[in-house]
Unconditional design. Structure first.
Length: 137
């Protein structure tokens, strides 16, 4: 997962100089060729923020779902059908990180899944069905 805009801003604000910021990036990435905060992952940015005396950020997971909501179950089923899956401990499970990115940037309703009402969930379901149809033409 990439570093968030807020993490990058905090690193720029709290690093005393540009050179020190670049050294932090090199240290966190373990690569002397990387000097930009755009090269950081979410965890690497948190590592730098902790060294700068800031609190680490918690990841926003837009893909969290409720097992008791039937529309959320339908969305999980559609994720399998659209091949939005990854392997974890030898099992094929929905790739919630990829789904969260889709929700954030490409979905018709740009909100975390748990914050959506039934009308918004229907729009997401319709979009996933369209994605499914485009994959299996």
């Amino acid at each position: 997962m990439e570093a968030t805009k807020k993490q990058k801003q905090l690193i720029h604000i709290n690093a005393p100089t540009r050179d020190i910021k670049e050294e932090f990036v090199q240290w966190a990435t373990e690569d002397v060729n990387k000097i930009s905060t755009n090269d950081l992952s979410f965890d690497q940015a948190n590592k730098i923020l902790e060294k700068l005396g800031q609190r680490p950020h918690k990841p926003e997971n837009w893909g969290n779902f409720s097992k008791s909501n039937p529309k959320h179950k339908l969305i999980l089923s559609l994720l399998y059908q659209c091949q939005y899956t990854c392997e974890v401990n030898g099992k094929e499970v929905p790739d919630l990180e990829r789904f969260a990115k889709w929700l954030k940037y490409k979905a018709p309703v740009k909100k975390p899944l748990l914050d959506m009402n039934n009308t918004e969930l229907e729009k997401i379901i319709k979009a996933l069905k369209g994605l499914f149809k485009s994959i299996w033409k």
